[in-house]
Ligand binder design. Structure first.
Ligand code: ATP
Ligand code: MG
Ligand code: MG
Ligand code: MG
Length: 525
């Protein structure tokens, strides 16, 4: 199967079971508390809160036969806020900044038995994942830690039956987890419930006991693929949990994980190769473009550490980072999240600058990043039409960002290398760990202020050389700068007020939230 066929088979499977396939919500979230849309359930939160009718037709247009079942692929970004996987991108092969989350939902309709049995059927019968390679986690509260609610006996019993029917030992294949991994809460109060996740054993010899020991241990040889969340309680302010009248199912599966694993394992049959999402055909045109432009070869190595990487490891990390960041930037801008100086816009700018830095490591000249938009559009345009529609604008925005950062990158790197050399030379000869060596806060601040290096980018460069950054000093210098800015602004307001300008009105207008409606209404020359 191609990745597109895998995605389609997910839709078909759930459509056959009464689900309406709804469009992905934009990456720009509707909820003010979120930096980016980071899960399939975001757009359905009003239903879980009881603020919207549990009707799929609100999202899908025409009223379907069953108005309580939905499925989709949701564009997600996890690069800030509660979910931030940015630091892992490139260094592992299964966390992206941008990814698609496949999901199915029941709004007060079916519950645990159907969701888990269907999930199992899709994975093992439709896609052919060997049953003995799967582990299911269930909620088992650690009362000593103050975990809420009770052991999820219902999910346990369903899984026990499923594993027994497959000729497998439930005691070996069901793994208990506490609040951190197996209980979902939206906040301190509100709808919540236990979840049950499927993990995939990728050890070459499928040793069940060894695979089980790796569940939720951040191992590339046993990774989480599908989370089934059962929203069945309301968390009250006094710490108690009341059962909800209408119970909901909310699931999320990593599409690139499934597609990548399908590719590396030759259709889930051969587990000798290193698992990687980047083996999916989704990334192939991107890797081809990067290889053609850089003359470098991707070998798929994964570094065991963050500093002193071998030359090939550096190349492979760079390929993965570039491919990931190109998808993230393209899709973010398509949804109206521009690179900028604040909040989510600054996150996007930081990601782009990281991409430009990694390109420079491969010897790519300013202007290359924009060339990665076309391969992203080729693979995602057919699924997310806004990505194809906005291609020209996306290129234009990336080009202008590249031009401005390209002007300072090289000089910034020269400054960084000098400062890093000083840090290495000045470090106490008996320093216990490499991280006792610190790049000065002054250098980090100058890199930020004069050369546009985001702090996390400087930290990344420092880590590669076994250094840390004096962030305390950096923050102090930032605060001083903010003080200066505030003082300057005050002066400006006084001047404006005396001149009779309507500063107040202008500011209020600037603060009014605007909804992104596409570029057609903007000046898109
Ligand atoms: P992990 O423990 O691997 O970080 P998670 O528990 O944070 O995953 P969930 O919030 O449960 O992930 O999201 C549902 C599914 O989305 C996961 O089971 C996984 O397959 C996928 N997923 C989560 N984060 C990423 C990511 N950064 N890149 C790609 N897929 C992801
Ligand atoms: Mg995670
Ligand atoms: Mg997890
Ligand atoms: Mg999870």
């Amino acid at each position: 199967m191609t990745s597109a066929e895998i995605r389609q088979s997910f839709f078909d499977f759930f459509a056959q079971r009464g689900h309406t396939i709804v469009p992905s919500a934009p990456l720009l979230p509707s909820s003010p508390g979120l930096l980016f849309t980071n899960a399939g359930m975001n757009q359905f939160v009003p239903i879980f809160l009881g603020e919207a009718e549990p009707r799929v037709s609100q999202w899908a247009g025409a009223r379907p036969a069953r108005d309580t079942r939905a499925a989709d692929t949701q564009k997600c970004i996890r690069a800030g806020g509660k979910h931030n996987d940015l630091e892992d991108v490139g260094f592992d092969t299964y966390h992206h900044t941008f990814f698609e989350m496949l999901g199915n939902w029941s709004f007060g309709d079916y519950f645990k038995a159907d969701s888990l049995r269907w999930g199992w059927e899709l994975l093992t019968q439709v896609w052919g994942i060997p049953a003995k390679r799967l582990f299911a986690t269930i909620y088992a509260p650690d009362k000593a830690q103050g975990d809420p609610a009770d052991f999820d006996q219902e999910a346990y019993d369903i899984w026990a039956e499923i594993f027994k029917n497959a000729g497998l030992d439930p005691a070996l294949h069901i793994v208990h987890g506490g609040k951190k991994d197996n209980f979902w809460m939206m906040g301190e109060t509100g709808p919540c419930g236990p979840c049950s996740e499927l993990h995939f054993n990728l050890l070459p010899d499928d040793d069940e006991a060894a695979g089980r020991a790796l569940v939720n241990r951040d191992s590339p040889r046993c990774i989480e693929i599908w989370n089934h969340v059962f929203i069945q309680f309301n968390a009250n302010a006094d710490g108690s949990f009341a059962p909800l009248a209408a119970k909901h199912v909310d699931t999320g599966m990593g599409f690139e994980r499934v597609a990548g694993l399908y590719a590396t394992t030759r259709g889930f049959t051969d587990f000798t190769a290193e698992p990687s999402n980047y083996a999916a055909d989704l990334f192939a045109p991107l890797f081809a473009e990067i290889a053609a432009r850089s003359g470098k070869h991707y070998a798929g190595t994964v570094p065991a550490r963050r500093d002193h990487l071998s030359e090939q490891e550096q190349i492979d990390v760079a390929f993965r980072v570039l491919a990931d960041h190109a998808r993230c930037l393209t899709c973010a801008i398509a949804d109206g999240i521009m690179p900028g100086n604040e909040g989510r816009n600054y996150v996007i700018r930081r990601i782009l600058r990281r991409g430009i830095l990694y390109g420079a490591k491969l010897g790519l000249k300013t202007g290359f990043f924009e060339k990665l938009v076309a391969p992203v559009v080729a693979s995602l345009g057919p699924v997310f039409k806004e990505v194809a529609e906005q291609e020209k604008i996306i290129c234009r925005i990336i080009r202008s960002e590249e031009e401005s950062f390209g002007r300072t990158l090289e000089r910034g790197l020269t400054l960084f290398n000098r400062a890093a050399g000083n840090a290495e030379a000045q470090a106490a000869p008996h320093a216990e760990s490499a991280h006792a060596k610190k790049l000065s806060g002054e250098a980090a601040f100058e890199l930020y202020d004069t050369y546009g290096f985001p702090l996390d980018m400087t930290q990344l460069l420092a880590t590669e050389r076994g250094l840390s950054v004096d962030t305390q000093k950096f923050e102090a210098l930032m605060e001083q700068q903010r003080e200066r800015a505030r003082a300057a602004q005050k002066k400006e307001i006084v001047v404006a007020a005396t001149e009779g300008s309507e500063t107040g009105t202008a500011n209020a207008a600037a603060l009014t939230p605007t909804r992104f409606v596409g570029y057609t209404q903007l000046d898109a020359s």
